[in-house]
Design a binder for this molecule. Structure first.
Ligand SMILES: [Zn+2]
Length: 487
C-alpha cells in the first residue's frame, strides 16, 4: 500500500484560517498541494450521504464508513489501542477527535461526498491525511501553531486506517509530523504496534521485499528532500529503520527525544543525534535485515558495544554466562588468528515454554547448541558450531560472541543459560610442558616477534619451569650442561 499525508485546505474551516492567518505550513520534505485543488467541489452545500455510510464515535475517533457494524467495532478497537500506545509513547494526549473516513466500496458513497484527489487514492488502495494548520506570530516574529486539524481518508484494509491515524494524531498534537523518513516510518510502526509485544509482525509483502533486497544505507533512508507517496518500498525501509531505533536498547533512549524535537520543530536531525553511532547502526541495521522474519526481536538481539574485550593471558580462564533468550552475547574474549581456545559449557536451557531441557550440545537437529562468531571491525565471520565442550582454533582475529542456536523468529520463548569457561591453549598448562620437555627453551623462541605472545609464553613458562626443576630430575642438569658447553 502507498500512503501519503499532505497539508491542504479543506472546506470552510480551513479556508477561514487561511484567509485570516495566511499560514498553512507543510512539514519538511512534504510537498503541499495547491490550495485550489484541495477545495471540495461541493463545498458550498452538503451532499446527502447514502444510508450505506454511517457515522460512529469512539473516545478519540469520529468515523464515517460503509463497513458493517461488526467490522466497525473491530476497527475502532484497533484504532483506540494504537492511539493509546502512541499517545503514551509521546507523552501527549490526543487533543481533539480524529475524523476518519474508511472506504470499503466507493459505490456506497454518494457522488461528491469524497474529494476528487481522495478518490484516486482510494482506487489505488491507499490513504491520505489532509491537514491544515493555523499559526500566529509572537513578539519575536516566530510563528506559533495555535490550531491544527486533520481529516483522514483510508481504504478499508488492515493497516492503512492506522497508518493515516498516526499522521492525524501527530499533526493535531504537535502541528507537524516531522521529516518524511520519520513521519512515514512512525506511521508504519503505529500500524503494527501491539501492546507488550515488540516482535516483528509485518505485512508479508513488505517482509519478502526487505528479505530479498540489498540493505539500504541508513543515511540514504534519512536523507532530506524525500516526498510522501513515493512507493511502498521506501515505506518498508523507513519502517525497518524506525523499528530498529525505537526498539533496540542501544538506540531507543535517543530516539524518542529526537522524535519529539522533530515534531516540535527544534533544530536537530538524525545525524546530529546518531552521527557518532553510524557504524554501529549500519552494522545492526544490516544484521536486522539479514535475519528479518516474523517474530524477530530487535530488543533481544541488540549488539553489546560497551563490554571490553581482552585476549586471554597464559593459563587464565574466563567465565561468561550465555542466555538462551538473547542474540549474540559478548564473551569478553578477543582472539588472534591461530589462537587455540578450549571451551566448556555447564548448564541447561530450553527453546520453548514447556520445552525439553537441553545442554549446550543441543538436540539432534543442532538447535540449542552453543554457537560462536567473530566480529572484527564491524565485519562478522561465519558462525561456528561449538557445543558443550571442545577446542576452537581461531581462523581470524576478532571479538568472540556466543549464543544458543535457535531460529531467529522464536528466541523470546527461550529460557535458561549456560556458564561457559574459556581457556587459552596455545602455551598454557600441560600442553606447554609437553612441548617444553621435548624442545627445551627453544619453545620460547617460537613466540617470534610478537611481544604479547612472548609475554604469554614467559608467563606460562615460569611456573612450568619451577615445576620441572622441582620434580623433573635429571633432564634439567643435562640440558643446562649442554647449553653451557662452549662450541
Ligand atoms: Zn503516511
Amino acid at each position: 500500500m502507498i500512503l501519503a499525508t499532505m497539508r491542504m485546505a479543506l472546506g470552510a474551516f480551513v479556508l477561514a484560517f487561511i484567509a485570516l492567518e495566511g499560514f498553512a505550513q507543510g512539514p519538511a520534505g512534504v510537498k503541499p498541494t495547491t490550495k485550489k485543488n484541495s477545495v471540495r467541489p461541493d463545498a458550498n452545500g452538503p451532499t446527502p450521504i447514502k444510508t450505506l455510510v454511517r457515522e460512529y464515535k469512539s473516545k478519540n475517533f469520529l468515523l464515517h464508513t460503509d463497513l458493517s457494524s461488526k467490522e466497525v467495532t473491530e476497527l475502532l478497537n484497533r484504532l483506540e489501542t494504537m492511539l493509546r500506545l502512541i499517545s503514551r509513547y509521546y507523552g501527549k494526549p490526543n487533543l481533539q477527535p480524529i475524523e476518519i473516513n474508511v472506504v470499503q466500496d466507493l459505490k456506497n458513497w454518494s457522488e461528491g461526498s469524497i474529494p476528487i484527489e481522495v478518490i484516486s487514492k482510494i482506487e489505488r488502495r491507499e490513504g491520505i491525511t489532509l491537514s491544515a494548520t493555523r499559526g500566529e506570530r509572537n513578539g519575536l516574529g516566530q510563528i506559533r501553531i495555535t490550531a491544527a486539524k486533520s481529516i483522514v481518508w483510508a481504504v478499508a484494509d488492515r493497516g492503512t486506517p492506522q497508518h493515516e491515524a498516526v499522521h492525524a494524531y501527530c499533526h493535531q498534537a504537535f502541528g507537524r509530523t516531522g521529516p518524511t523518513w520519520y513521519a512515514e516510518g512512525m506511521a508504519e510502526l503505529g500500524q503494527y504496534w501491539r501492546e507488550n509485544d515488540e516482535s516483528v509482525q509485518i505485512h508479508e509483502g513488505v517482509l519478502h521485499y526487505l528479505q530479498s533486497e540489498k540493505p539500504k544505507r541508513v543515511t540514504e533512508i534519512t536523507a532530506s528532500g524525500q516526498s510522501t507517496g513515493d512507493g511502498w518500498q521506501n515505506y518498508a525501509w523507513r519502517w525497518a529503520l524506525c523499528h530498529l531505533l525505537a526498539v533496540n536498547r542501544n538506540y531507543r533512549d535517543r530516539f524518542k527525544p529526537l522524535g519529539l524535537a522533530l515534531l516540535n520543530d527544534q533544530p536537530t536531525s538524525f545525524l546530529d543525534v546518531y552521527g557518532s553511532m553510524t557504524q554501529e547502526i549500519n552494522f545492526e541495521f544490516e544484521f536486522f535485515l539479514k535475519h528479518l522474519c516474523q517474530g524477530y526481536r530487535v530488543d533481544l538481539c541488540g549488539w553489546d558495544w560497551k563490554t571490553k574485550f581482552n585476549r586471554l593471558r597464559g593459563s587464565n580462564t574466563a567465565h561468561v554466562k550465555i542466555e538462551a533468550g538473547r542474540g549474540w552475547q559478548a564473551s569478553r574474549i578477543a582472539v588472534r588468528t591461530g589462537d587455540r581456545i578450549s571451551f566448556t559449557a555447564v548448564g541447561e536451557w530450553t527453546l520453548a515454554k514447556e520445552g525439553k531441557k537441553l545442554s549446550a550440545a543441543g538436540d539432534s537437529t543442532g538447535l540449542g547448541k552453543l554457537d560462536a562468531i567473530l566480529l572484527d571491525d564491524y565485519v562478522l565471520s561465519k558462525p561456528f558450531e561449538w557445543g558443550e565442550s571442545g577446542e576452537f582454533i581461531s581462523p581470524s582475529e576478532g571479538h568472540l560472541y556466543l549464543r544458543c542456536h535457535d531460529d531467529w523468529s522464536s528466541i523470546s520463548d527461550n529460557s535458561g543459560a549456560v556458564n561457559v569457561t574459556l581457556q587459552m591453549m596455545n602455551w598454557a598448562g600441560l600442553h606447554f610442558l609437553g612441548r617444553a620437555a621435548s624442545e627445551g627453551v627453544r619453545s620460547v623462541e617460537l613466540a617470534g616477534s610478537d611481544p604479547e605472545t612472548a609475554k604469554d609464553v614467559v608467563g606460562a613458562a615460569f611456573p612450568a619451569l619451577v615445576w620441572w626443576l622441582s620434580f623433573g630430575g635429571l633432564p634439567v642438569g643435562s640440558r643446562q650442561a649442554s647449553r653451557s658447553t662452549p662450541p
